[in-house]
Design a binder for this molecule. Structure first.
Ligand code: SAM
Ligand code: DTB
Ligand code: SF4
Length: 326
């Protein structure tokens, strides 16, 4: 085993070396390969649309260096309590009318408190009753909490590993990489589909990005949904001045993700306001087939309906239809 340059200090596995070889293929070869894999598994012109809502904003105990919602950084965000169930359902109805098929409710928690579970269950049941898929991202879950959400009908749980195991402690110190994997296992065991991905542009190396993808692809069952976020630099956060990831490197990472996880929905997530239409088009060609729609993500801006409708028209893309419930 040999060492790879650019800061990777541990011996590099054969899988990482092979993935790096694919990643470094001539761009056209890489994209052709990724698009071929994509076509074998999906309609190449259909894009799944999810809508996010922050149901509990700010004041989070965790110290994630990228996040506007961590209480450890002076980001200027006003913290708020858990939203009322009825208010969440009103927002979900509007998202459905605007074409979203999945509603993702996020809370700035290290983990939910048991006293919050009844409201969370009511939100899942209410959104499901509207005929949308449900997703939640609430931090670490215990087995009983995951069980309650599963029984309420939660379809997906989002819990990102964010980066490689090696780079993780540089970004977050209040929990460890293994904690994330434990929650993913708990979610999977409860019968909820897994949404897990990460962020590019936090100062990680190419090998870190590939290592993150290999961790996801080598889970006992790969995530059904893989969000790839481009860091939105948040003023006041630890990563406020991180260098932006090179767009071609970003597209290469999407292509490798598609090749490593052929049947997962690959979401071009945070950071689209800073991406040109051309870059997004390349990401879709490389195998991305899901986006967040609407003007806001959790706290940050998103392109919004007008821009995305125009983008879909320019690219001949269509919203992916929900599979009929079995
Ligand atoms: N508190 C929960 C957790 O951490 O799992 C759920 C919410 S958290 C905001 C969800 C994910 O959003 C994070 O894991 C991270 O990948 C992504 N994220 C947060 N802030 C971001 C930013 N500034 N830029 C890009 N992605 C971000
Ligand atoms: C994910 O990977 N990206 C979404 C969702 N999962 C929860 C969140 C992006 C957050 C972007 C920063 C913000 O809105 O505060
Ligand atoms: Fe809290 Fe999640 Fe933000 Fe980390 S990413 S500070 S856990 S809201």
């Amino acid at each position: 085993m040999e060492e790879i340059a650019s800061g990777w200090t541990t011996p590099v596995s054969a899988a990482l070396q092979e993935a790096l070889r694919v990643y470094n293929l001539p761009f056209n070869d890489l994209l052709f390969h990724a698009q071929s894999v994509h076509r074998m598994n999906f309609d190449p012109n259909a894009v799944q649309m999810s809508r996010l809502l922050s149901i509990k904003t700010g004041g989070c105990a965790e110290d994630c260096g990228y996040c506007s919602q961590s209480a450890h950084y002076p980001t200027g965000l006003k913290a708020s309590r858990l939203m009322e169930v009825e208010k969440v359902l009103t927002e979900a109805r509007q998202a459905k009318d605007a074409g979203a098929t999945r509603y993702c409710m996020g809370a700035a928690w290290r983990s939910p408190k048991d006293r919050d579970m009844d409201a969370l269950v009511a939100m899942v049941e209410g959104v499901k009753a509207l005929g949308m898929e449900t997703c939640m991202t609430l931090g670490m879950l215990t087995e009983p909490q995951a069980g309650k959400l599963a029984r309420a009908g939660l379809d997906y749980y989002n819990h990102n590993i964010d980066t490689s195991e090696r780079f993780y402690p540089e970004i977050i110190t209040t929990r460890i990489f293994e904690d994330r994997l434990d929650t993913l296992e708990t979610v999977r065991a409860a019968g909820i589909k897994v949404c897990a991905g990460g962020i590019l542009g936090m100062g990680e190396t190419v090998e870190d990005r590939i290592s993150m993808l290999l961790t996801l692809a080598n889970l006992p069952v790969p995530p059904e949904s893989v969000p790839i976020n481009q860091l939105i630099p948040i003023p006041g956060s630890k990563l406020a001045h991180a260098t932006r990831v090179d767009p071609i490197d970003f597209v290469r990472t999407i292509a490798l993700a598609r090749i490593l996880m052929p049947t997962s929905h690959l979401r071009l997530s945070a950071g689209r306001t800073e991406m040109s239409d051309e870059m997004q088009a390349l990401c879709f060609f490389a195998g991305a087939n899901s986006i967040f729609v609407g003007d806001t993500l959790l706290t940050a801006d998103n392109p919004g309906e007008d821009h995305d409708t125009a983008l879909f028209r320019r690219l001949g893309l269509a919203p992916m239809q929900l599979e009929p419930a079995r």
